[in-house]
Structure formats: structure tokens, C-alpha cells
Design a protein around this ligand. Sequence first.
Ligand code: FAD
Ligand code: NA7
Length: 521
Amino acid sequence: MAAPMRRWIVRKLMSRFLKRPKLDQIHCCYCNTAKKRYDLVVIGGGSGGLACAKEAAELGKKVVVLDYVAPSTQGTKWGLGGTCVNVGCIPKKLMHQAALLGQAIEQSRAFGWNVPPEVQHSWETMCTAVQGHVKSLNWGHRVQLQSKKVDYLNAQGSLVDQHTVKAVHGKGEEYLETDNIVVAVGGRPRLPFEVSGVLQHAITSDDIFWMKKSPGKTLVVGASYIALECAGFLTGLGFDTTVMVRSIFLRNFDQQLANLLADYMENEGTRFIKQSIPISIDKLSSGQLNVTYRDSTGTTHEEVFDTVLIATGRKAETGKLGLENIGVSLDAESSKVIGGHGGDTERSTVQHIYAVGDVLHGRPELTPVAIKAGKLLAHRLYNGSTMQMNYEQIATTIFTPLEYGCVGISEETAVEKHGEDNIEVYHAFYRPLEFTVPNKDSSQCYIKVICEREHPSKILGLHLLGPNAGEIIQGFAVAIKAGLDYSTLVSTVAIHPTCAEEIVKIHITKRSGLDPTSTGC
Ligand code: FAD
Ligand code: NA7
């Protein structure tokens, strides 16, 4: 049978399989239509919402998930699964991998591979492959909801009273009555509207992974997680990439590692315009964008780019949810839901209304955080559990060309919290073995372990700049969560030859002033 016919039959069968089951219905006082009754309504089908909904359904509850994606400012749209799947972790990590492969091809020559001098990369081919994977995940989420008997509405949700959610979709609107509500609407990029032309001409992380044609010469505005990751893979893919930095790199991360990372990126070809902010973006007749920006002395400059990518933070999408009208308190600055009421980390000011994921005020904006919080909440609601989400010591990694992985606190925070005299900072510059043959500069490969000074020297923070930092840090995060101290760390026998072994071999303190360069075996 031909492939298109096979795909058509599979789609037909699946659409039948995905039909929603019949539900209990009661009369609605807001309209004349019937009102559906649920145990749990989840607003937002991203990492946290889906995890919570599926877990609650597994515990035998009648659950519906509403997911609606407002198009980006440039009109980009995507499917079920939220930020991580469609415009976050997944396409980002795949493009990071594409960039690393480019580096590997270059370096492979030193290892004897006969690679042609000019190796071309196709943005279109990469995007088609990445988007294909993302679409398969969208489909997988729908199938999982169906198999776990969670209802799914491609609808925009809002709260009309403490127990009623209004769902607006292509066919009109419906009202859902429920015992519990979980708000899991995530966030969206925040644009600096003071920059004229930003709305019309700039893209964000909501667009970059879905661009049909390559971005060309790109200006990335912002100097944090998302800005540096995007700038990193764009540089690695061969685009002329500039980052405009307003103040510091990676606020809230260890500043020594943040600066080393920026140095590495600069050496790899990313250009930084420091201490500057954009003022305006104007479209030229060529289609290119003329950016006017101001530096710290007040002097204005102009430069032409093909693409301007704004990565100046994210904001919660709570404006249209009607939360405040029904008594749910939001943080005045972040517009996020304030949790922690009644001793429950995710409970809002209304007893049976909860928030998980990026929309919860003051919590790390990370997928595994949203998933874990959503699952734990379902178990507290429907399985008699009392286990709260622990937001401490959550590991993360910035997937820049040299990855920066960390768990625990930065040196700055350790000094602030414990005092300089009460902490010991061990550090090492090391050379990954794989950097030696291609003679790759390893000046920024660095490890920092921050401990309490007093015996047993509990580890407060571990920071690693190097290849595969994400893979390395995950295991150490387990040990640190279990209370790892310095003597246990260094009594561990290394795996040789690895980058991770440098962590268990760390022995030079900053206080000693000794050269922290690791000398190998
Ligand atoms: P989301 O995943 O954002 O889901 C919310 C969903 O609700 C969305 O589909 C939204 O459209 C929908 N919605 C909004 N309003 C309504 C409404 N009124 N009605 C119905 N539906 C609505 N995290 C990591 O852990 N690792 C990474 O490497 C990583 N990389 C990232 C890279 C980028 C570029 C970005 C932007 C984020 C990255 N993150 C990463 C963060 C991660 O994506 C988020 O923390 C995570 O997706 C949050 O999940 P959530 O469930 O809170 O919200
Ligand atoms: P962050 O971490 O909030 O960082 C925002 C960055 O943008 C930061 O470097 C800011 O500089 C900069 N910024 C903010 N406003 C402006 C304006 N108006 N002009 C220029 N630069 C500006 O956001 P991210 O998007 O990187 O990451 C958000 C989360 O998503 C992250 O925690 C991950 O978990 C996923 P500043 O330091 O304030 O001077």
C-alpha cells in the first residue's frame, strides 16, 4: 500500500479512537446549554497541566484539560504539549545538538576524518526534522490523554466562578462545573514595548524554531538563559550572531561561570554588544532591520540585521483568566499565582484552586519542576498523599556551546547566606580529553564546589562548565539532595577518563590561592 494511503487510514482510525467519551451533564446557569461536570478541570496542556491531569485520571477521577495556544506576535502557532515541547526545551536541545554536530564535523578532521573543506548546513532540513519530531510529540500527548481517559478541549479557559470554567473553542463556548481547578497556563515571552517597532518586526523564542527560512544575521536581545542558548546554537549553525547585553550575563547564576561562558561563546564567534539597550527597530526596503541602540555612555549606534530575536524574559498569561474576580491573588509584579496557602505549596488563596508550573509565583521555570509539582498535587488531591513539592536544590543546565550545569546555590548567594568565612569554595580548571587532539581551547572548562566550612562540609552548590554538563550534573544532583558532603565526594573513586572525574578529584580551595588548573592523571 502506498505511504499516503497508509497514513490516511492510520489518521482515520486514530481520529475515531480519539473521540471523547460521553459525560455526565447538568444544566448551566450561565447559558442554555448543558454543563459538563468534572472532578478536575486543568487549564493549560503543557508540562505541568498534562502531568497533573493524567495522574488524577489514573487515580480514577474525571478530568478535562483545556489547551489553547494564542499565536505569537509573528503569528506562529503550535500543537498540544505547551512551551517545552513546541517552543522550548525540545526544539532548543535539538538545535543545540545540530550546532554541536557542526563542531564535531570540524574537529573530526584532527581525528582523521576526510571532511570536505566547505560543509553546508541547511536550516530548512533541520527545521523540518525538528518540527516533525515536535509534531509526533503533539500527537503522542493526545493519544496519552485518550488512553488515560482524560478529556481534551482545544479551548481557551477562564473562570466564571469558583467552581465553573468557561471553555471557548472553534464551535462556541461551554461551561464546565468542577470540584477542583488547576491553573497551568505557563508563560509567554515578554517584549520590551518601549522599543519602537518591536511588536511588528522582532521575533521571540515562540518563532525561532518554526521559521521557514534561515534567520541570517541575527541580533539577540537579552543576556540570560534563553538569549544565550539561542545565540549559541545560531552561532554554531554558522549565522553571524550578536547578543545585546543590558547589564550582566545570566542573572541569578554564579557570575564567575556566567562570565567564563560568555568568554567561551565570544571565542567561538558570538559577538556581544555590552551595556546597551535597543531603542528602535525599523524595516528597510530590503526587508532587513535597522536597529538603533544606546550604550552606557548615552551614545546611539545603528546596525542592520536580518532578524532580531527578543529574549528579555517571560510573563505569566493570567490576564484573561478572571482569577482575581473570584478571589485568587496574583503577585502584582509577575502576575503569577501566589501559592502556599493552607500549607500547600501549589494552593492559591481559593481553597480548591491550584497553580503549577511557570504560572506559580517565585518558582523555577523548568519543565521537570512543573511535572513533579503537577503529579504530587494530583496525589495530594486524590490519593491521600501529604507530600509537598520541594523546590530546593533543583538542578538545571544551560545548553550553550559549552554547557553550564548547576545544582544548589551560587558563590554569591553562599557568601550572602552563610558569610565568606563559613564557606569553602573548591575549584578547578580542567581539560576535557576530547579537546586535546583537535587542540581546542579549554580555558573556560571550570568546576566549582561550594561547601560549608564546618565539618562535615555539606555541599551547598556545584557548578560545571564543560561538554555534557547536563548529563553530568543530574547524578550529582541526586547525591547533593541526599546530603552529600565534601569528604564523601572526594572519597569517591573516579571514572577515568571523563570530565566528571574532575569533580570527585577537586581539592584546591579558592582561599589557598593555589593554581586550580587540573594536571590530569
Ligand atoms: P507551558 O508548558 O507553557 O504550558 C501552558 C499551556 O497552557 C500552553 O500550551 C498555553 O498555550 C496554554 N494556555 C495558556 N493560557 C490558556 C488558557 N487560558 N486556556 C487554555 N490553555 C491556555 N525547561 C527545562 O526544564 N529545560 C530546558 O531546557 C528548557 N528550555 C527552554 C527553552 C525555551 C526557549 C523556553 C521558552 C523555555 C524553556 N524551558 C526549559 C522552560 C519550560 O519550557 C517551562 O518551564 C515549562 O514548559 C513550563 O510548563 P507549564 O506547564 O508551566 O507551562
Ligand atoms: P530572564 O532570566 O528573565 O532574563 C531576561 C534577560 O533579558 C536578562 O538578561 C535581562 O537583563 C534582559 N532584559 C530584560 N529586559 C530587557 C530590556 N528591556 N532590554 C534589554 N534587556 C532586557 O529570562 P529568560 O527568557 O532568559 O529565561 C526565562 C526562563 O525560561 C528561564 O528561567 C528558563 O527556566 C526558561 P538584566 O539582567 O535584567 O539587566
